[in-house]
Every structure is written in structure tokens, then in C-alpha cells.
Design a protein around this ligand. Sequence first.
Ligand code: ACO
Length: 325
Amino acid sequence: MGIRIVGTGSYLPEKVLTNKDLEKIVDTSDEWIVSRTGIRERRICSDKQAASDLGIKAAQRALEDANVKVEDIDLLIVATITPDMFFPSTACIIQTKLGIKGAAIFDLNAACAGFIYSLSTAQQFLQMETYKTALVIATETLSKITDWEDRNTCVLLGDGAGAAVLKKEKGDSGILSCYLDADGQYGDLLNMPAGGSRLPATVDTVKNRLHYLKMKGNETFRIGVPEMVNSVKRGLEGCGLKIEDVTLLIPHQANIRIIKAIAKRLSISIDKVFVNIDKCANTSAATVPIALDQANRQGRIKQGDIIELVAFGAGFTWGSCVIKW
Ligand code: ACO
């Protein structure tokens, strides 16, 4: 039996924030942002939208694409670093609104690698007799934890959600291998310092702007590139394939320079790498499933194709997933 992705969906909020708009907010330029990151615009959710709202829309599209009913879902995993609140989980909030019953439901925090970690987790569940259909969502409202006074980070981030429905089916297609890894010693390079039990919210934490995403971009870049290259190779090793076998590589969208560096080091043509960072920016866990859904709907994925997903993010966490479509 194969664990197959039988449907994908995504949702991007309506509001578009361009680089020109950002020029009015911080000391930056369209030229700097495009040349250093490849980003031209990003989507921003409304004040009323939380992560669950975006996730529900992506999930509904994935369920429709898969022709699967909510009654059939027996596992729901939501990858996010911007949950609606600490608890209950965003997964439970989505469960109620979608009407899912009798399922295992939880959030998973692996930052930008969250969708890959969630797919791998769903694969393990579906290998058990009792689980047959899984819904995996990655949803982020990074604009809510963005410091709009920090030009180092605010130009990089966006909001959005992606989802996939997985089923156990006969045949040799489906997830061929997953590779996961992490190294917590780098936690300080990319984090949101306050709001947890280490630094609960106080007047001072708010004054000191500690409830926002902080990143040492240079060091993250330096570690991210080799770990993503290694992840792609380890994923392929796990199923006995080579880079030449990959029809489409879908990497985390953090920076076009990172994506190009990975493609070069792997000797894979950039034409075989999916890129949407110009329009969507970095939506953390949601980048990979949004890109997967766009590739799927654009007809860039055909039955039998070998797709590899790869991501790297806070933690640091990283990993890859090889899929025969
Ligand atoms: N506009 C204009 N100038 C800027 C801006 C901006 N928006 N941001 C920074 N600069 C300036 C800096 O202040 C610095 O100026 P200085 O030399 O006078 O000090 C100069 O530009 C160069 O800054 P660097 O940080 O060295 O720029 P770099 O080329 O490294 O690009 C970037 C920065 C885009 C952040 C890059 O390092 C990067 O993409 N890093 C990796 C991000 C990533 O992979 N994140 C992973 C996951 S994200 C997540 O988990 C949510």
C-alpha cells in the first residue's frame, strides 16, 4: 500500500503588500528587496483573520480536490508557529469549524519545516491499520508576529496556508521516503523571545519588542543552504533515487538566493525547481504546501512524477520528503 497525496489546496489572503508599500514603512527599497531576496510582494491577512481561518480555506480546497468528505478524516495535523492562541490547538479550532469527528487532532511546531514534519508524521499514522485518511494543513499569519519597524525581517514575511489530503491506496505511488533532522543549539538565531514560560508577557517585554520574530539572517542563510542540500540527498538515498530522477523540487521559499544556491549545488536545472517567492514571500510552514498546490493546479505535476519537498527553519529544523505522484 502507498500513502498518497490525493488532493491539495491553498489560500492566500486578498491584501497584497508590495515592496513599494514597504518603502513607506521602513528604510528599504524595491531594488534591495528584489536583488537580496527575490520577493516583490506578499499577502497579508486582515485584522480579523487568524491562522485557523486561513487553514480552513486551504483545507476545504484540498478536500474538494481529493473528493474526500470530512467524515472520512481520522487524523488532522496543523503545522504552525502562529497558532490562534497557545491552547486549545489550532487543529482543534479547525476541527470544530470543519465538523471533523472521531479523529486524532494536534498542532505540530517545526517552524518552516512544519509541513514536511507533518507529512512524515501522517505517513507513520497511516501505516497503522486504524488510520486511513489524513488532512495535513500548514497555516501561518506571520504578519501578526512581524516587527514592522525592523527592515531586516519585515520585508521577508507573508501570510498564507496550504493543505494536503493523504490516503492509503494500493499501488507503488505515494510517499517514498522522508528525512527529518534538527539542531536546537541554533535556537537563538531565529525565534520569538517572549510570550512563553521563559519570558511571559509583561509591559517590559512589549516595550522591548520581544513578541516579534527575530532573525540573524546571515547565519541562518549560511547553515540553511548546506542542510537543505543534504536533506535533498538524504531523502533520495532513502528511496534509492538520484537527483536526475526528480521531476520537480519544491523548496521552502525563504530567499531566491538560497533556492538558486541549492539548485546549483545539487546540479538540478532551475526549471525543475518551483519558485513563487516573488508573489508569496516566506510564509514559514505554509510555503511548501502552497507551492505544491500551485504546481499541482498549474499542471506541473503528472502521475508517476517524482516530487521532492525540502524545507529549513527555526529550531533549526529541516527535512525532505520524496513522493511518487
Ligand atoms: N532594506 C535595505 N537594507 C537592508 C534591509 C532592507 N530591508 N535589510 C537589511 N539591510 C541592510 C543591513 O542593515 C546591512 O546593512 P549594513 O551593511 O550597513 O549593516 C545590509 O543590508 C546587508 O545585510 P545582510 O543581513 O548582510 O544582508 P544579506 O545579504 O545577508 O540578506 C537576508 C539578508 C535576506 C535576511 C538573508 O540573510 C536571508 O535570506 N537569510 C536567510 C533567511 C532564512 O532562510 N530564513 C529561514 C527560515 S525563516 C522562518 O523560519 C520564519
